[in-house]
Design a protein around this ligand. Structure first.
Ligand code: ZN
Length: 346
């Protein structure tokens, strides 16, 4: 494993190292509810110290944490609000305890829109997390569905950074052929959600969202021309709802490269997005550290990327999305505080 110089900081902030926008966790109070399957092995044992050790070994200066497991894994039907609140407070605590080393995307109790709006206010306004994570669908309600319009309007008003993460499609047992959903269903569900965000008019109505698409866009970069052509020809109202054309909206998005650093994937996403739109993601601990390490080596040796492009992908582009991580950022925005210590409501 490559070694780096841990603790290299300026003003308490890491001055170097990758910024990982696809980094997962499950807070300690929820870990006992997880199934015993191997895919959850890394989640059951997650804690900030273990994450920092992995990050130091792999040259990751900051990890923007997201809790993306379906709330149904955590028991009761009404678990979503409890899971979201617990996750968001755990992320805020990790950020506060290790300044500059962690960020957080807020988990939302969707598809309950009112509860989600309240959690956005708490997580971004009070906890001051760095953005929100949205799953591709919630109980079969896909991003782009009109029922979610108030959530997108609020996030757009806040100019929020939104990390999209795949979830199993509602009918996964009919399509996955018995394989784990992450194998193929996740990239297809990403494609499904992003296409709907464009064709529903959500991206036209929300120009200030900073939306990060995972895994080099699912299959979006490869299929964008097909989707654009068929939508223009056959989808009623597509040109009214998405007047700039599908490709225009998709070029404005950010794409992170978790499990997608090979020339095959990067060649396709570079046809759609400028290097300024690409970000680094590890997908740890869903992915083992050995695989994270291998994919970093693949990124570093990718012949399609110049050293300046890699510097943007691994750190510089993310600093523009999360300016509090810049070494010269005011210290007042680097340490989120909990609600019981901050009475100034947004
Ligand atoms: Zn992931």
């Amino acid at each position: 494993m490559a070694q780096r110089e841990p603790g290299l900081t300026i003003g308490g902030q890491p001055a170097s190292g990758r910024i990982d926008v696809h980094a997962h966790y499950v807070p300690a109070d929820l870990q006992a509810s997880l199934p015993a399957a191997p895919v959850f092995r890394g989640f059951v044992t997650w804690n900030p110290e273990a994450a920092l050790e992995m990050m130091d070994r792999q040259g990751i200066g900051t990890a923007i944490l997201s809790m993306v497991l379906p709330t149904a894994m955590f028991g009761a039907d009404d678990a979503a609000g409890r899971v979201a609140r617990s996750s968001n407070e755990a992320a805020a605590e990790a950020i506060r305890s290790h300044p500059g080393r962690f960020g957080g995307f807020a988990c939302l109790p969707l598809p309950d829109v009112d509860a989600a709006l309240a959690e956005i206010d708490y997580a971004l306004g009070t906890l001051r997390l760095d953005g929100v994570v949205l799953l591709t669908n919630y109980d079969g309600v896909y991003l782009g569905d009109s029922s979610l319009d108030p959530v997108f309007a609020d996030l757009n008003r806040r100019k929020a950074v939104v990390f999209l993460h795949p979830a199993p499609p509602a009918s996964v047992e009919n399509t996955s052929l018995g394989y784990m959903p992450a194998l193929i269903e996740f990239v297809f569900d990403t494609t499904r959600a992003v296409t709907h965000l464009a064709l529903s008019g959500t991206l036209e109505r929300c120009p200030d969202l900073r939306l990060i698409i995972p895994h080099a866009g699912g299959t979006i970069p490869f299929l964008v021309d097909r989707i654009s052509l068929l939508a223009a020809r056959f989808v009623p109202g597509a040109q009214t709802r998405a007047p700039a054309g599908v490709e225009t909206y998709l070029r404005r998005l950010f794409y992170e490269l978790a499990i997608s650093t090979t020339p095959h994937a990067v060649a396709s996403v570079l046809q759609l997005a400028d290097p300024q739109r690409l970000l680094y993601g590890s997908d740890w601990p869903a992915l083992d550290e050995a695989d994270v390490h291998h994919l970093i080596q693949v990124l570093d040796s990718n012949p399609l990327l110049q050293p300046a492009d890699r510097a943007k992908i691994e750190r510089q582009n993310a600093l523009e999305l999360f300016p509090r991580l810049k070494p010269d950022a005011p210290s007042t925005v680097t340490a989120p505080v909990r609600s019981d210590q901050d009475t100034k409501a947004p």
